[in-house]
Structure formats: C-alpha cells, structure tokens
Design a protein around this ligand. Sequence first.
Ligand SMILES: Cc1cc2nc3c(=O)[nH]c(=O)nc-3n(C[C@H](O)[C@H](O)[C@H](O)COP(=O)(O)OP(=O)(O)OC[C@H]3O[C@@H](n4cnc5c(N)ncnc54)[C@H](O)[C@@H]3O)c2cc1C
Length: 405
Amino acid sequence: MEFRLTSEQELFKRTLREWCEANLQPIAAEIDAKEEGIPNEIIKGLADLGVMGITIPEEYGGSMIPGQEITLANLAIQEIARADLSMSVPVYVLLCLGWGYLVTRHGTDELKKTLLPKVASGEHFVGIATTEAGGGSDVANIATAARLEDGKLIINGEKSYISGIRETTEQRDGGHITLFRTDPDAGHRGFTFAYIPTRSKGISTTLYEDVGRGGLSTGGLRYKDVVIPEAYILGEINRGFYLNMEGFSVARILVASACVGAASKALDLSVDYVKQRKAFGRLLAKFEAMSFEIAEDESKLAQLDMWLRYTAWMTDQFYADPGSYTHNDISHAVSICKLEAPLLALDIVKHSMMHHGAFSFTKECPLELAYRGVLSYVVGAEGTTNIQKLIIARERIGQEAIPYR
Ligand SMILES: Cc1cc2nc3c(=O)[nH]c(=O)nc-3n(C[C@H](O)[C@H](O)[C@H](O)COP(=O)(O)OP(=O)(O)OC[C@H]3O[C@@H](n4cnc5c(N)ncnc54)[C@H](O)[C@@H]3O)c2cc1C
C-alpha cells in the first residue's frame, strides 16, 4: 500500500497552498464580514488552477483525473480551509465539487453540457437542497412535490437552511440538486432528485442571518409551479433518495477535509505562538500544560487525517471499480470522518484560542472565524453528529440498531 502522495499531487498541493496564502488568506476576514460574499477573482483564480473542475471530466470543461478525483478534492479543500478559516470559500468549493460530481455520475448529457462547464469555470454554483422545515435529519419527511407533464417537471414546495442562495441569484448564477416527491404514496421510494436553477420562474428566496461562515449565504427557497426539463433529473425518477445519500457521502468527506484543514492551521498558529510568547520568564512552549495539549491535538489530527485520506482513496477505488467496495463500506468510513472531524476541529480551535489568551478574543486573531465557521458542521450542516452515529451503528451492529424499523 502506498501512503505517499505522487509528485503531481504534491505539486498540486504546494501550488494551491502558495496561491491561497497569497490571495485568499489576506482577505478571509473581509469576506466573512461583508455581504458581497466571495469575490469573483477568488473563484476565478481557483477555477484557473483547475480546482473547480476536479470532479468534472475534461469533455465537460473539467480537470478530472479519473481514479483520483476525491483524493485531489480532499487535498484541495484542506488547503483552501487553511487559508480561509471562516469556511466560506472551502464550503463554497466543496459543495460545487461534491454535488457537481453527482451530476458527472448521474446527470443526462443535456444537464452535463448545460451545467458542468460553468461550474468548472467558476461562473455557476451548484449546491444541495434537501432540508425542509419538517425534514432535516428526517429526510424522508420532506413535503416538496413535483408532477411530470409533457416532458417537464412542475415543482411546488419549500426548502430551508440552503447554502448558496445569494450566490445563485445576485452574485453569480447556478442552482441546487433538489429532492422532492414524485410518488406521494411510496415513501422514500417515491423521491426524485433534479437540478433546479435558482433563477427559474416561480422561485422566491429568503436569506438568514448566520453566526458564522459569513461569505457564503444560507436561506430558504419557495417553489410555486416551477418548471424544469425532465432532462434535469439525476438518475431515474423515484430513485432520488438513494442518489441523495450517495451525494452526501462525497460531500461529507469534503466537509471533513475542510475541518481538518482549519484544525491543522489552528494547530500551526498555536505552535508559532508558544514559541514566541513568554510568561513567568519562559516561553509558553516550556510549560507541559501547553506543549502536551498541542501533542495530543497533533496525534488526534494525524489519525483523523490518515482515516480521511483512506476514505477518499477508498471512494476513488469504488467509483473506478464498483466491485471493489460497497455503498455501505463507503458510508461507514465517511460517517466516521463526518462524526469526528467537526468535533475535533472545534476542540483544536478552542485550544488554540486558549493558547493565544485574550488576543484570540479579538477580530485581529483569525481563530474566531474558525470557531464560528466550524460550528456550522457541529450543529448540523451535511448531517448531524447523531445521524453519523446512527449510520456507523447500523453498519457495525446491523438493522437491529435502526430505531424506526
Ligand atoms: C450552515 C448550514 C448550512 C446548511 N446548508 C444546507 C444546504 O445547503 N442544503 C440542505 O439541504 N441543508 C442544509 N443545511 C441543513 C442541514 O442539513 C440540517 O441542519 C441537518 O440535516 C439537521 O436538520 P435540522 O437542523 O432540521 O435538525 P433536526 O433534524 O431537527 O435535529 C435536531 C437534533 O435532533 C437530533 N436527532 C434527530 N433525529 C435523531 C435520531 N433519529 N436519533 C438521534 N438524534 C436525532 C439531531 O442530531 C440534532 O441534534 C445547512 C445547515 C447549516 C447549519
């Protein structure tokens, strides 16, 4: 088994780190604070480096290297998160890479030609719209519904807590892969998943005021007789629930990448600080209460990073050769990443803030950005902590561990 990155992967990582340190890091706090969101030059710069197209094949304008797409996406999101601790840019990019990949895998040729080149060039955002007021963790409880008429879908309903509202209306363009009912009597076997451009006629939007991740908006979507072509359906009609779960797997790997990237940067900041700040006539690094906590965080993060790299590699193997692993193998490994990464990142950021003392409570110190940003993944985005435990328990114990059967 080979653990080293290839020389091309190392070069990609190094190039991206240098670009992010020069272009993104200096403006990360500004992006978080202003309503304008992520500047076009940042997304364009990432697109020029091939980042926005990592999960999109060359024929649709992307830079995908088959068999390495999730591994490369993991590296990219970690680097972006190191530079933007608020998580705005890493989450913007990971949503496009994750949900764009589902279009690559299950979209019709028409949808791929319409959407993917624009995602790869950074002009369009693509996200996910599953959550509703009555269905967050309980995805099967959604009420948004569609009927098929003359080769078109007509959609009515509402979605809430959706990332990328302002980005797909005012700032740029694009839309969301959206889950809705197409057979009201078939439970989760009656759901369909399709791309809905947010500028479609019949859509109205609202915006929420979030406590963190200020450069990427969240809000609500209301659909009133929204019409989209049948060609925007991913996979088969009434199979949407399963595709949604497949999409979550890839997105959750990249959520863990964002958390690991932010945590590794927070740890670096602690290391630098304890080597230059003195108390009681000594460097902080001399106090074991400080250095041992750094050592413990370092060892936990190293373990998680290795598991994450393994999960990304395993997912690449699965997509290159579907007989190599099962969906269950993937969701088990992915849920471990999604369970552990946000909680560990929040701990490491909190420790780093404590290492920095009062300075960390000011906006001059970037750690407060990370604290607020990582929290989005602790409280629920891309699936709550308890839902990851449910998945891991189901894979480890079996169907007996499912409470509602
Ligand atoms: C910043 C942010 C961005 C988001 N972006 C998007 C997006 O782009 N698209 C999208 O579709 N959604 C998005 N979401 C919504 C997110 O997916 C939901 O918050 C998540 O699925 C949880 O749903 P909920 O908030 O309704 O919580 P609930 O489902 O109501 O859960 C509340 C609490 O109950 C617990 N719980 C629920 N069921 C069980 C159970 N069976 N066993 C044990 N505990 C349980 C949960 O773990 C949680 O602690 C976003 C959320 C946030 C915070």
